[in-house]
Design a protein around this ligand. Structure first.
Ligand code: PGA
Length: 256
């Protein structure tokens, strides 16, 4: 069985102080059940880069993993304002979200750039969470699968023997931050197609172990029905990850 991953993407929110408080509240809620939860799910939070050191301290001794929201593909060099995989690793970061739709649409990141980041993450022993997803217009035109699978194949180009460390997050752009989540059926249709494409890319065994998360307006109210679908292996949570109570409830997702 695949272990779920429930991941929080804090985006550009909180400060070191409010992050410490949120982590303390989360731990108060989740630490007592850590062993039970860890049987079938992993938990991760991705704070803004500058808060990672404070978050790492606040997470010491917890089983909640630490992620980053982005990184550059080079290890070092003249790239003003950027942060590299080795810098993240130093603080115990294990995961990095790459190709989020906000990076694609607001900051103009394309598949080739995202692919270089994926390869750099793997080279540096980080686990990339590759985000893919169609816009509302692309869905209305019937292009959902071609858009999503295109992003998937280009984003994972040249990933070979390290594919087991990859996570995919399907995040329909029209569902992000809108309160309008994909229905479990809509999500499962795309997740199933992603699983098929992963089979072609990496073989049956790898495709059966890779996690495919759903993201886009996940809440305590809708998470159970989403993770009840066979190819939905957890959630990437934005807004609802900023409150300890709602994120802890999402972490406790159960099959409906
Ligand atoms: P949301 O964001 O949960 O606020 O819709 C999800 C994401 O962007 O990862």
């Amino acid at each position: 069985m695949r272990k779920w991953l429930i991941a929080g993407n804090w985006k550009m929110n909180l400060t070191a102080n409010s992050a410490r408080a949120l982590i303390a509240d989360l731990r108060k809620d989740l630490d007592r059940d850590a062993a039970v939860l860890a049987r079938d799910r992993d938990i991760m939070i991705a704070p803004p880069a500058v808060i990672i050191p404070a978050a790492a301290q606040a997470l010491a001794g917890s089983s909640i993993a630490l992620g980053a929201q982005n990184m550059h593909f080079e290890d070092k060099g003249a790239f003003t304002g950027e942060i590299s995989a080795p810098m993240l690793s130093q603080f115990g970061v294990s995961h990095v979200i790459l190709g989020h739709s906000e990076r694609r649409h607001i900051f103009g990141e394309g598949d080739d750039l995202i692919n270089r980041k994926v390869l750099s993450a793997l080279k540096n022993r980080l686990s990339p969470i590759l985000c893919v997803g169609e816009t509302e217009q692309e869905r209305d035109r019937g292009n959902t699968l071609s858009v999503v699978l295109g992003q998937l194949e280009r984003g994972l180009a040249a990933v070979n023997d390290q594919s087991e460390r990859v996570t995919v997050a399907y995040e329909p752009v029209w569902a992000i931050g809108t309160g309008r989540n994909a229905t479990p059926e809509q999500a499962q249709e795309v997740h199933g197609a992603i699983r098929e494409a992963l089979r072609d890319l990496f073989g049956h065994q790898a495709a059966d172990t890779l996690r495919i998360l759903y993201g886009g307006s996940v809440t305590p109210e809708n998470v159970d029905s989403l993770v009840s679908k066979p190819d939905i292996d957890g959630a990437l949570v934005g807004g609802a990850s900023l409150k300890a109570e709602s994120f802890a409830r999402i972490v406790r997702a159960r099959r409906a």
